[in-house]
Write a protein that binds this ligand. Structure first.
Ligand code: IPM
Ligand code: MN
Length: 356
């Protein structure tokens, strides 16, 4: 009998989502079994196909049910026959908002054996974490279009933050920096030179919370445009970065490519007091669908983040070790189709190392 059981909601989603989720759960099960923990998986059919067949995106009853799981494991959202925005807003963003997953945690970590596209930078230099605010800012959709289809048409989409949202995100980032226990440096990424309302709020809250509650943590500030430059030139400067929703979205794609690309980048949508959701940050990659060629490592990493977040650090270490070993011994390239192995073979290799 397993000592402990976790109940996980699995949303394989669209495109290659089901293929990568299959490998992620394979590895998760193997690593958990080795630690005498069992993982109970409950599958939910959500995504483009369901929408096209029934018009349903995220029924309220399903949303309600998802609240009862220990965590949610998501494959990919995005369907070539569905207009962009419908599934993203109706499913992914709605889940983040409704479940109040106000943090998007995105590690940027280059594993040994992977060549970074940045010359002369290796695993020593590329190892930091972006804490992206995940439920506010421009993503709230505040605004609208008036006088549509006339020459005077006006479109407004506002960056909206209140003190509460900013503070809870900053506190999470400070706590995370403390627990990570590396350089103990938290960098705020903003645009205080232009967005003088919103980032004035962020900056004041950042300094006040730092002065009053986190005197053990050093503070940095970077404008978002300069951050893009430093992420390439001097990624070793960064320990933990905290930023708004939109800026976090943008800089984490840049971060992903510096760690080897979408094949390896994972993220966690975290509600520290509720149900969190973990996902590979790449899309549904329709051109690879059903070919058993897509790189599943990002989804495997997402499963690792999920089990770490549930407090099972040994299982997480097993999975991370499995990824590192497979990268060193078996996987030729992180690019889908060039791995030298199929999707399921990558999963088999990682699962084998994780279990042993
Ligand atoms: C991400 C994605 C999403 C976002 C899209 C698909 C809505 O780009 O998770 O980074 O913008 O947050
Ligand atoms: Mn994105």
């Amino acid at each position: 009998m397993a000592e402990k059981t976790y109940s996980i909601a699995v949303l394989p989603g669209d495109g290659t989502g089901p293929e990568v989720v299959r490998e992620g759960t394979k590895v998760l099960n193997a690593a958990a079994k080795a630690e005498n923990v069992s993982i109970d998986l409950h599958y939910f059919d959500l995504g483009g196909d369901r929408y096209l067949n029934s018009g349903e995106i995220l029924p309220d009853s399903v949303l309600q049910e998802l609240r009862s799981y220990d965590a949610i494991y998501l494959g990919a959202i995005g369907h070539p026959e569905v207009k962009p925005g419908i599934l993203e807003k109706g499913l992914l963003l709605r889940l983040r908002f409704e479940l109040d997953q106000y943090i998007n945690l995105r590690p940027v970590k280059l594993y040994p054996g992977i060549e970074s596209p940045i010359k002369d930078k290796g695993p020593e230099q590329i190892d930091y974490v972006v804490v992206r605010e995940n439920t506010g800012g421009i993503y709230t959709g505040t605004g609208g279009i008036s006088m549509k289809d006339t020459p005077n048409e006006v479109a407004v989409q506002s960056m909206v933050y209140n003190r509460f949202q900013v503070e809870r995100c900053l506190r999470f980032a400070y706590e995370y920096t403390r627990k990570r226990n590396q350089d103990k440096t938290l960098g705020l990424v903003g645009k205080t030179n232009v967005l003088t309302h919103v980032f004035d709020l962020w900056e004041r809250a950042f300094q006040e919370i730092g002065d009053n509650e986190y005197t053990d943590i050093s503070r940095d500030y970077f404008h978002v445009d300069a951050t893009c430059m430093w992420m390439i030139k001097s990624p070793e400067w960064f320990d933990v970065l905290v930023t708004s929703n939109m800026f976090g979205d943008i800089i984490t794609d840049l971060g992903a490519i510096t760690q080897g690309g979408m094949g390896i980048a994972a993220g966690g949508n975290i509600n520290p007091e509720g149900v969190s959701m973990f996902e590979p940050i790449g899309g549904s990659a329709p051109k690879y669908t059903g070919k058993n060629l897509i790189n599943p490592l990002a989804a495997i990493s997402a499963a690792q983040m999920m089990i770490y977040n549930l407090g099972e650090h040994e299982i997480s270490d097993r999975i991370e070790n499995g990824i590192i070993q497979a990268l060193q011994k078996d996987i030729k390239s992180l690019s889908s189709g060039k791995m030298g192995l199929t999707t399921s073979e990558v999963g088999d290799k990682v699962a084998g190392y994780a279990a042993s």
